[in-house]
Design a binder for this molecule. Structure first.
Ligand SMILES: *Cc1c(COP(=O)(O)O)cnc(C)c1O
Length: 370
């Protein structure tokens, strides 16, 4: 009989060496550990919308419950129609995912294989190296410039084995942003045989003057994939829904590696409703903008430096990130240590509601003086 140890040794070495993704600590877990009420815990760790779910999405969900015995619409017809008319794209250029993580993985699986390469930046979103490694491909990490993407360096890193470039704009966990003009100039220089995955999970948080019509670039660059999510400004992180926009032929390839029913029925219905909840989106943007101003003022008062962010989060330099993280936990505040992103001196803080931001600042001040 083969022992389990031996069995696992047969898994490809590139799978066995994957470092598992570290999610934010759940509220329920810290409540158990500290013997606290869940209501007394502030979680600013996973860039969720502090306003909660879009009211229109919440109102649409009960009607979907009656249909749960049936499989979801595997083509996501209604949502693709809604996205298509909002964004001006055809349904066949949209790929739906179980979260945008799912579509990022589909892009990797459709274009990467052992021996091929993906290029991404230092301090970039953790899913890019994970998805690359799961395909047995080689990840090429390009050193950051001022914590952000060095696009010239990324261009130089592309060689004949490169098939994918991942760019988050704004980036998580740094919040850095590449201006539309620079991004467009970059796209013009990337070889046509290299897929550029432009991850716009935080696009809706950008102030109008920074927001590019990146969707219009799709007709100019058939090698561009734009990914977006319902997990952030739309407040549906728990339902898992994201999407990719791509040239129809690229979308077709991605759909071939997609699980047939990856987007669930409730998520599909809630997303259609959330998509057009303009009042909620605007309120979410306002809450974020005010919270960002409040926190950056607070950090200045505490003489802490931070990386200016265009997302719904901000990374602040606290010295020993792991230690300050633990001190904040003791005070019932969960943030995100980002040593795994090469930033051991920083903590990433999601912008919360005013009372949550106040709790964070007070706990941070206490932690620094402990
Ligand atoms: C949060 C986030 C996502 C979205 O993940 P989902 O799977 O859609 O919840 C994608 N990219 C980045 C950079 C993110 O920070």
């Amino acid at each position: 009989m083969v022992k389990l140890m031996d069995l696992c040794d047969y898994a490809p070495v590139y799978i066995r060496s994957i470092a598992p993704y570290q999610p934010g600590k759940p509220i329920s877990e810290l409540a158990r550990e500290l013997g606290l009420n869940e209501a007394d815990i502030v979680k600013l760790a996973s860039n969720e919308n502090p306003l909660g779910i879009s009211p229109k999405a919440a109102a649409a969900i009960p009607a979907a419950i009656g249909e749960l015995a049936r499989y979801p619409d595997g083509s996501g017809y209604e949502l693709k129609q809604a996205l298509g008319s909002k964004l001006g794209v055809t349904a066949s250029s949209i790929v739906l995912g179980n979260g945008s993580n799912d579509v990022l993985e589909m892009a990797a699986r459709a274009f990467l294989a052992p021996g091929l390469k993906a290029v991404y930046a230092q301090h970039a979103f953790a899913v890019y190296p994970l998805a690359t490694q799961a395909c047995g491909a080689i990840g090429v990490e390009v050193p950051a410039r001022d914590y952000g993407h060095d696009l010239a360096g990324m261009l130089r890193a592309i060689d004949q084995d490169t098939r994918v470039v991942f760019i988050a704009n704004p980036n998580n966990p740094t919040g850095t942003f590449v201006a539309p003009g620079e991004m467009h100039a970059f796209l013009r220089q990337v070889p046509a045989g290299v897929l550029v995955v432009l991850d716009e999970a935080y696009q809706e948080y950008l102030p109008a003057e920074l927001r590019a019509d990146s969707v219009a670039w799709l007709s100019e660059f058939p090698n561009l994939v734009i990914t977006r999510t319902f997990s952030k400004i739309y407040g549906l992180a728990g339902l898992r829904l994201g999407y990719a926009l791509a040239h129809e032929r690229v979308a077709d390839l991605m759909n071939r590696v997609r699980q047939p029913f990856n987007a669930n029925s409730i998520a599909l219905v809630a997303a259609v409703a959330a998509l057009n909840d303009e009042a909620f989106i605007q309120r979410s943007r306002d809450v974020n903008f005010e919270g960002m101003a409040y926190l950056t003022e607070g950090f200045k008062r505490l003489e802490l430096t931070y990386i200016p962010s265009q997302g719904n989060f901000i990374s602040v330099r606290v010295g020993d990130g792991a230690e300050v993280f633990r001190r904040l936990l003791k005070r019932g505040v969960i943030v995100r240590p980002i040593a795994g992103y090469g930033l051991p001196q920083h903590l990433r803080v999601t912008i919360g509601m005013p009372t949550e931001n106040e709790r964070l600042l007070r706990a941070l001040e206490d932690s620094l003086h402990e």
